[in-house]
Each structure stands twice: as C-alpha cells, then as structure tokens.
Design a protein around this ligand. Sequence first.
Ligand SMILES: *[C@@H]1O[C@H](CO)[C@@H](O)[C@H](O)[C@H]1NC(C)=O
Ligand SMILES: *[C@@H]1O[C@H](CO)[C@@H](O)[C@H](O)[C@H]1NC(C)=O
Ligand SMILES: *[C@@H]1O[C@H](CO)[C@@H](O)[C@H](O)[C@H]1NC(C)=O
Ligand SMILES: *[C@@H]1O[C@H](CO)[C@@H](O)[C@H](O)[C@H]1NC(C)=O
Length: 379
Amino acid sequence: MASSSSYSTIHHITFFLFLFLILSYQTKRACASSSCFKSIIGFGDSLADTGNLPHLYPSEPPLFFEMPPYGETFFHHPTGRCSDGRLIIDFIAQYMGLPLVPPFYDGKNSSGGGSVNFAVAGATALPDSFFVSRGVEVRHANISLVDQLRWFKDKFLPKFYHKPSDRQNFLKASMVLVGEIGGNDYNHALLGGKSKELVGTFVPKVVGVISSAIRDLIKLGAATLVVPGNLPIGCSATYLTQFKSSNQSDYDPKTGCLNWLNKFARYHNNMLRAEVDRIQKKHPHTKIIYADYYNAAMRFYLSPHKYGFAKGALAACCPKCGPYKVDTRVLEGGAKACKDPSQYVSWDGLHLTEAAYRVIAKGLIKQSYTIPPINSSCA
Ligand SMILES: *[C@@H]1O[C@H](CO)[C@@H](O)[C@H](O)[C@H]1NC(C)=O
Ligand SMILES: *[C@@H]1O[C@H](CO)[C@@H](O)[C@H](O)[C@H]1NC(C)=O
Ligand SMILES: *[C@@H]1O[C@H](CO)[C@@H](O)[C@H](O)[C@H]1NC(C)=O
Ligand SMILES: *[C@@H]1O[C@H](CO)[C@@H](O)[C@H](O)[C@H]1NC(C)=O
C-alpha cells in the first residue's frame, strides 16, 4: 500500500515537472518569437485615445471625430480616434505583435486581461481647478492624468486582478505608455489667448504631475514605462493660422514652422527628459524610456517629400480655407474628407494623419527616437 502510494506520488511529481518544463519552454518561445510585452497600458490625450471619450461623455449630436471622414483609412468607420486611421499607440502595438489597445470605456465593460487604454481626447495633465483659477477655459473633456490613473487603480485593477501578485505580474509584463499628455494644458491656454510667459509657468507643474504618475505606476509594479514628449506645435496648422506673423524671422526658414512655439515645446520636452532621467536614477531596476515625438516628427517637417507627403507638411487639405487650409468645420463635423490623407501630415489642423503617425511610431520603434532605445528584438 505504502510503496504503491509513494510510487504514485513520485509518478505525479514527475508528470507535473514534465508538464511544467514543457509549459515554461513554450512560454519562453512565445515571448521570444512575438514580443517582450504581454500588453500595453495607455494614458494620454487625443494623440492616444482609441475611443474612450464617446463612451465617457456620450454626445448628441456626436462629436466631430465620431463622424466620417474620421477613421476612413484603416477602420473604414469612426472609432473615436482623432485621425483618419491608426494612432502612434496602434502602430506600437502592431510592431510589438500585440492586438490594438482597447479603450477602458468601450461601452461593454470588456477590457480585462490584456491591453487597456485610459487616454481621453482633450485630457490635460493638470486638474480642472488649476485652469479655472487661471481663467483658462478647457473645452471637451474635463479629465486629467490623475483621473486616468485613478480609473486604473480603483476601477480596472480591482475588477480584473484580485491578488496583489497578479496585479504586479500584469504591470511587470506590460509596456506602460504615459502620454503624450500635457499638450492640451498648453493648447487650451495658448489658443485661448494667454501669453506664452504665463503658460510657461505651467510647464514645471505639468512635468510634476507626469512625474508623480510615473512614480505611482512604478510603485504598482510597472517595469517598463515609455514617456513621450510634445510634438513641434509650431508646425501645427491650427497654431500657424492663429499666430500668423508678418515678421519673417518668427519662422524657421528650413520648415516654415513658428520658432517660438517649437521653442516652447522643447522647453517642456527638456524638462520632462531631465525628470525622466532623475526618476530612472532612483529606480535602476525599472526602465523609463523617453519617446522623442518632437524629433521623430521633425524629420517630415524638414523633408516632407522624402516621407511621401507630396502636399507638404504644414497645411491641411481644405482648398479655400486660408494659407494653412484648416477647415474649422472639421471640428464641427461638417467637412469634406481629404482625397488622399496619405499625402498630408495634418489631418484636421490639430491632429495628424495615420501616415504621419506611422512615421513617428516607426522612428520610435525602429530608428531609436527613444532614449534609451526600445530593445529592437522586442519589435
Ligand atoms: C459597467 O460597469 C459599471 C460598474 O462596474 C456599471 O455601472 C455599468 O452599468 C456597466 N456597463 C455596462 C454597459 O455593462
Ligand atoms: C470638472 O470636474 C471636477 C471634478 O470632477 C468638477 O468639480 C468641475 O466642476 C468640472 N468642471 C467642468 C467645467 O465640468
Ligand atoms: C521680428 O522677430 C524677431 C525675432 O522673433 C525680433 O527680434 C524682431 O524684433 C521682430 N521685428 C519686428 C519688426 O517686430
Ligand atoms: C533584448 O530582448 C531580448 C529578448 O527578450 C533579450 O534576450 C536581450 O537581453 C534584450 N537586450 C537588452 C539590451 O535588454
């Protein structure tokens, strides 16, 4: 009896050991062949929102980007993305061999288990109260980075990951994309007529909020964070239109972009990069990667034709809408589509086309516009 029982125990142990070896071998193989990450967790604004805003704030009539021609290129219908097709986060997911990142607010409560996105179009880094006290009107979403982090901690994690060790494993196996965020903190204020001197005082506060989000995520178990900087906003058709100048020395002769606005974006980016470096030194076992959206994008502003942008990089595509061809009706949902958005950088004056986002994402993943570079064997 005893000997038969111990035989059976050893038999079981051997069987489970064998199973364990096969499983762990397969897991290793799966990781090496597809991706270093099991999922992507996203935070940010309209540069990264894959469809939260329409479910978070259902609107009748629908918001401008919930109607065609938005989404026409890849999805063939509007998805809540502010572009004709995929965004940078979509291309990153595809390069990593992962499914597209679903919005947390998808109308179905279904985003559990894998990638999840908390980015909301119009979101700011700082809370609403900051802008109210400075007389800045924040249109569309009233959502800050702090709100997004709260949804992640208080709604998402407890619902899908009950044990602390499961939460940590999920975070550890994910690429956490913190941004782009902060652009709207400046957009609302600058386009609303506040001086660049006043808006410059927002920068340390914006970087402070992003920094605190990064540190919270590290505490929760994040092991790889990607932190994007701002785009060269001086090249944006909306900014170029609103801040048109008769003084030629306000423009960069190589690109036609507004110098002072690009300098503003670089001011934010330099401060963010320094903060990322500082946090990295304190957390040597965490990889914190700065994603250089500014210089990845600057390539097509310098040589649009080289990247296939036959119509140049600055103007949108409304033929009778002023020098930068921005159709304000796009924002109201009434504009005609560009015939071929792949020839343009600017989609609606503020957001870029899928073609432009693809160039930026490719720059990040394949041409080391990330500091330090993303491990190329992960893509
Ligand atoms: C999603 O979940 C929340 C709370 O967990 C609930 O209030 C809401 O009704 C759910 N929505 C759907 C569409 O199931
Ligand atoms: C934004 O949200 C905050 C907190 O939820 C609220 O106190 C504030 O009134 C809201 N502001 C607007 C303009 O809706
Ligand atoms: C034109 O802009 C440059 C730099 O932006 C400035 O130094 C110069 O004073 C401006 N000239 C005029 C006439 O405003
Ligand atoms: C890159 O990823 C591969 C596969 O996961 C790993 O073996 C290698 O050590 C990584 N290289 C660096 C520099 O992290």
